[in-house]
Design a protein around this ligand. Structure first.
Ligand SMILES: Cc1ncc(COP(=O)(O)O)c(C=O)c1O
Length: 399
């Protein structure tokens, strides 16, 4: 099977003086996708079918994803942000409500909370090892207007869902799971995204199930699923695909919705990627173990998320905690020198200009203390042992 990673394609283009001239090339990129014959054939078939917008492949993907996750309903959407927006709206969030969310997070959840008209209330993480939302801080943040909590399974490591489920039940809160990092991750045998009221996945190119742009909403709640389904496509009661097949000839609009649909080409890639997900998550886990063996505890370094008996992580990210006082910019620059790409997940949301007004509202001591020390190391399923060694050697030299 002809296989090429995107990194090698970029390097080849640079060598040939192609359109990558002047760009940084990485010996070890942060993430990478494989393009092979199976993916190419799936896309070509979808292309040649002549039906490119939402259609049979999207429907098949929804059936397969529902089966894979164990959810009653799976709705494919344009991206993970759209999934969060639909989930929050379908869960009833709106003006006057508060929604709890960790600040150590990608900004999508906060933005979509604001777009529903609700107010985000930023919560702290558990600590330096567990970068997920703290149930204790979540409880402290609950007020009379709290409507929902968005938990994010950071790096594919499941949150402490027992405490979160209990709090949500006590206070009548909806639980939206941001499982963008966690397709295939298990908490006590249950898949992340199916533990709360509604789960949201992202299929962005650097995620565990990469397709370019795409996402999924999953839920067992029939009413919530129906609301999300309507909102996904302008609030219209039928799809173009239904009318094309003669299953409908007209439509009504019953709510003011959006166009958050997924297309057939991306669904075709997703069907292939879904079949590879479990194997690829295991490969990610193997690489994280190599990192942990080489780095955890040496020179004051820590790999976040010590293994736990009650979970199977999806290992979306390999996150290193630098020693206190270590200059992160200098550390990362030393790795760039060796063509090793790193990232930071995440600059806390309450520190961004658009959210600065929230910075003084609640103290987030763990987030403040830890966020400065986080570095995300390269991680992708087909990473070679030599690439892992290149990273661990470079880290050892940089600290
Ligand atoms: C935790 C988290 N939530 C949501 C999203 C949004 O997903 P998308 O980029 O598919 O809109 C991302 C993507 O980067 C993410 O990392």
């Amino acid at each position: 099977m002809a296989t090429e990673s995107v990194t090698s394609a970029v390097r080849a283009a640079a060598r040939n003086g192609g359109d990558s001239r002047g760009e940084q090339t990485w010996s070890v990129p942060l993430s990478d996708v494989l393009v092979d014959d199976e993916i190419e054939a799936a896309v070509t078939q979808a292309l040649r079918s002549g039906w490119w917008s939402t259609g049979p492949r999207v429907a098949e993907l929804e059936r397969e994803f529902a089966c894979f996750s164990g959810a009653r309903h799976a709705l494919a959407v344009a991206n993970g942000t759209a999934a969060l927006h639909l989930a929050l709206l379908a869960a009833g969030c709106g003006p006057g409500d508060e929604v709890l969310v960790p600040s150590l997070n990608f900004v999508a959840a906060a933005n979509t909370i604001v777009h529903t008209g609700a107010t985000p209330v930023f919560c702290d993480i558990r600590g330096a090892d567990d970068l997920n939302i703290s149930p204790e801080d979540l409880e402290a943040a609950i007020g009379p207007r709290t409507r929902a909590v968005v938990v994010m399974h950071y790096g594919g490591h499941p949150c402490r869902m027992d405490a979160i489920l209990e709090l949500a039940a006590q206070h009548g809160l909806a639980i939206v799971e941001d499982a963008a990092h966690a397709p295939g991750a298990l908490w006590r045998g249950r898949m992340c995204g199916t533990i709360g009221d509604v789960g949201c996945f992202s299929f962005f190119s650097n995620k565990n199930l990469p397709i370019g742009e795409g996402g999924m909403v999953v839920t067992d709640d029939d009413v919530l699923a129906e609301r999300a389904r309507l909102l996904r496509s302008h609030g219209m009661t039928t799809l173009t695909w239904d009318r094309h097949r003669g299953h409908a000839s007209n439509y009504d609009v019953v709510v003011q919705g959006f166009n958050y649909r997924l297309d057939e080409l991306r669904a075709a890639i997703a069907l292939v990627q879904l079949g590879r997900l479990e194997r690829q998550n295991a490969e990610r886990g193997r690489i994280v173990d190599l990192y942990r063996d080489a780095l955890d505890g040496s020179d004051g370094l820590t790999m976040a998320f010590a293994p736990r008996a009650d979970v199977t992580p999806a290992h979306h990210l390999a996150v290193l905690l630098l020693p206190e006082g270590c200059d992160r910019a200098q550390f990362r620059a030393a790795l760039v020198e060796r063509e090793i790409q790193t990232s930071v997940h995440y600059p806390p949301i309450h520190r961004f200009r658009a959210y600065r007004e929230f910075a003084s509202r609640r103290a987030l001591p763990w987030t403040e203390a830890v966020a400065q020390r986080l570095v995300t190391l390269p991680l992708f399923p087909h990473m070679s042992n030599d690439q892992v060694r290149a990273v661990t050697d470079a880290v050892a030299c940089a600290t």
